[in-house]
Write a protein that binds this ligand. Structure first.
Ligand SMILES: [Zn+2]
Length: 200
């Protein structure tokens, strides 16, 4: 592995490029511990893909009924024009698989088919990101893409996890819960009735 032999002399950026190349050669990549130079990843149209166990996504823990399962993910870098015709660097994040959320009405598990496919436009600073989002005079920007600050060592796990969180339903609910429910929002047994019983 000649590439590895020289890797110690490379910058972190160089190492990441080699990791990304190896990833493609092997076709699968561990998401944890995988960092990309996001500008470089986009500029050189790099691709990485793999699978991640749901239990490795710590920020999802609060919304999950259980952390079973595996998700497929991929990252693609590209240079493409934005709505104003300016060439920009992008990272496309695709994630799919099934998550077991908790229904907010009956608290039972709820299978959710995750289908993330989002393009993030790289900007050079937080200030530029805020400027892009606050410029309400410009409709193209107001309706514009999600912005992300470019980093030399962007955690691929963070990228994927963030996009998953954004794709989750605001309130996870079965269309029809298995348990008897009242449309007026009252519990099947009034808590006051239960209290009254306790008094006897
Ligand atoms: Zn339910």
């Amino acid at each position: 592995m000649e590439q590895w032999a020289v890797s110690s002399a490379l910058t972190a950026k160089g190492k990441n490029n080699i990791i990304a190349r190896l990833c493609c050669a092997q076709d699968k990549m561990q998401l944890s511990g995988f960092f990309i130079d996001s500008q470089e990843f986009a500029r050189t149209a790099r691709h990485a893909e793999g699978q991640i166990e749901v239990r490795a996504l710590a920020r999802l823990a609060d919304v999950l009924a259980d952390d079973e399962g595996v998700l497929d993910w991929s990252l693609d870098g590209e240079l493409a024009k934005d709505a104003l015709g300016q060439e920009q660097a992008w990272i496309r994040v695709i994630v799919s698989g099934e998550l077991h959320l908790s229904c907010q009405r009956c608290l039972l598990p709820l299978d959710f088919a995750l289908a993330v496919d989002n393009r993030l436009m790289l900007v050079s600073s937080e200030a530029e990101a805020e400027e892009g989002m606050l410029d309400e005079d410009d409709e193209a920007l107001l309706d514009g893409p999600d912005l992300i600050v470019a980093q030399l060592e962007q955690s691929a796990l963070e990228l994927v996890e963030e996009e998953i969180l954004l794709a989750l339903p605001l309130i996870a609910r079965h269309e029809a819960c298995a348990l008897p429910q009242h449309d007026d929002g009252k519990a099947a047994v009034s808590p006051f009735a239960a209290l009254a019983k306790l008094k006897h």
